[in-house]
Design a binder for this molecule. Structure first.
Ligand code: HEC
Ligand code: HEC
Length: 379
């Protein structure tokens, strides 16, 4: 499988991001509609995508078993080593209903540069684990900072009897296990990890930031994960002296999405986490011109200007069968004429958003965001 090449500043190029998205779509089309005529065309697209993405290469030398990664102090009893701290982002990524657990390891004495509240810069040696459970543990993903501006990605697939988890190859494992009737979970390949995690020059961590760890937690966040006292948050990191350059305002007033209503806050928070990693002003997809990672300011001014790229903004993507009506990204009052909702509630592989990492619609989020468009924006 090909590997995304990095440009001079070490980031994924836009052409490669699009090529990867194309490749993903092809793979899913093949598995869904695997009849001969379609397959020929798809095969052509696949070759093109591979050429665009450059030559092959696999991940580096990584432990073969999860037990060797330092997550556990005792693998048999699944006891987590005490230096690995559990946390939960207030706005989680939707992964088809998987329950998740996450841990972070920070080398002793090392600090995180929090000058940019939403793009923290981590010390070399920082390590993150994320465990996915669909009834049973299915995979545990790892991201590690191995050198300045260098990250490694791995995932470990659990065996049936949950006694061990083994390193998955760089291509991932498609249709790994059934998670709903007729729907199988894909374990992503390393290139897929990069499509979501890597941006323009920033560190790659998405769910460990001032907003995500804010003690001012949003109880209306879709699938809100319970925060408990065994987890760390922003206050813990401040108290432990783990953050440098964090803006003073966040020390006294924890960051929050400035919604005009509680529903708006939750809707924007969901979009921030699930869409903003790709749709923002800085990353390779900036040219799409849609800012869903809203800037954090004490008032809502930054948010309002970012939202102007979405609310009442014409959409390049057209909703099929939308009659004579032009499509807007969000048409206030009308979720059914908003391409943002259309693309969240389809799993047509070419149209769905996000383009990877999910095969089941997040109905709770679609309902919340539709209500926000209808009720809050429609007034
Ligand atoms: C569809 C986009 C997407 C894909 C594909 C993806 N991730 Fe993530 N990942 C996220 C988002 C968003 C978060 C933060 C929110 C959360 O944890 O729920 C995250 C969180 C994580 C975390 C916790 C640290 C962090 O960044 O917050 C780890 C570890 C992780 N992912 C590893 C991986 C690995 C390894 C792969 C590939 C095998 C991968 N991810 C593929 C979007 C993605
Ligand atoms: C992994 C990166 C990625 C993520 C995450 C992602 N998108 Fe996208 N999105 C794209 C790409 C690439 C395009 C441009 C190509 C296309 O339209 O398919 C796009 C285009 C769009 C468009 C069309 C804009 C226009 O004017 O044509 C909408 C609407 C959209 N995305 C909504 C969302 C929503 C809502 C989410 C979160 C639920 C989301 N996206 C998450 C990659 C992403």
């Amino acid at each position: 499988m090909s590997k995304i090449r990095l440009n001079e500043s070490g980031n994924v190029k836009l052409s490669e991001l699009i090529a990867t998205t194309l490749l993903l779509m092809c793979r899913r089309l093949i598995s869904r509609y695997c009849h001969w005529r379609g397959t020929q065309a798809i095969f052509g697209m696949l070759v093109l995508a591979c050429v665009l993405r450059g030559e092959s290469g696999a991940g580096g030398a990584n432990p073969k078993s999860l037990s060797e990664t330092g997550l556990y102090s005792d693998f048999a009893t699944k006891s987590i080593a005490k230096e690995n701290l559990m946390y939960s982002p207030q706005y989680a990524l939707w992964s088809d209903g998987a329950a998740k657990k996450r841990w972070v390891y920070l080398p002793p004495g090392a600090t995180i540069d929090a000058s940019d509240a939403e793009n923290w810069v981590f010390p070399v040696g920082a390590k993150f684990w994320k465990e996915f459970t669909f009834g049973k543990r299915v995979e545990t993903r790892i991201i590690e900072k191995t050198a300045p501006e260098k990250w490694s990605y791995q995932t470990y697939a659990w065996n049936e009897d949950q006694t061990d988890a083994f390193l998955v190859g760089a291509n991932g494992s498609r249709n790994h296990c059934e998670i709903a009737e007729g729907i199988k979970h894909d374990i992503p390949g390393v290139n897929d990890c990069k499509v979501c995690h890597e941006g323009d020059g920033r560190d790659v961590i998405l769910g460990f930031s001032a907003l995500q760890l804010s003690p001012d937690r949003d109880s209306l966040a879709p699938h809100a994960e319970k925060f408990d006292s065994t987890m760390i948050d922003l206050n813990f990191l401040i108290a432990q002296g783990r953050l440098t350059n964090l803006a003073d305002e966040f020390k006294t007033k924890p960051p929050r999405i400035q919604g005009k209503t509680p529903r708006e806050r939750a809707a924007l928070g969901y979009i921030w986490a699930n869409c903003g990693g790709c749709h923002n002003a800085d990353d390779p997809l900036a040219s799409v011109g849609m800012e869903l990672k809203l800037p954090l300011r004490p008032d809502s001014s930054g948010q309002d200007s970012a939202l102007a790229s979405v609310v009442g903004h014409p959409s390049k993507f057209k909703i099929p069968d939308n009659g004579e009506d032009p499509t807007y990204r969000i048409l206030p009052g009308y979720p059914e004429h908003s391409s943002l909702i259309y693309r969240m509630q389809t799993r047509n592989p070419i149209r769905q958003m996000p383009p990877l990492g999910t095969k089941i619609v997040d109905q709770e989020a679609v309902d919340l965001i539709s209500e926000w468009i209808r009720e809050d924006l429609g007034k």
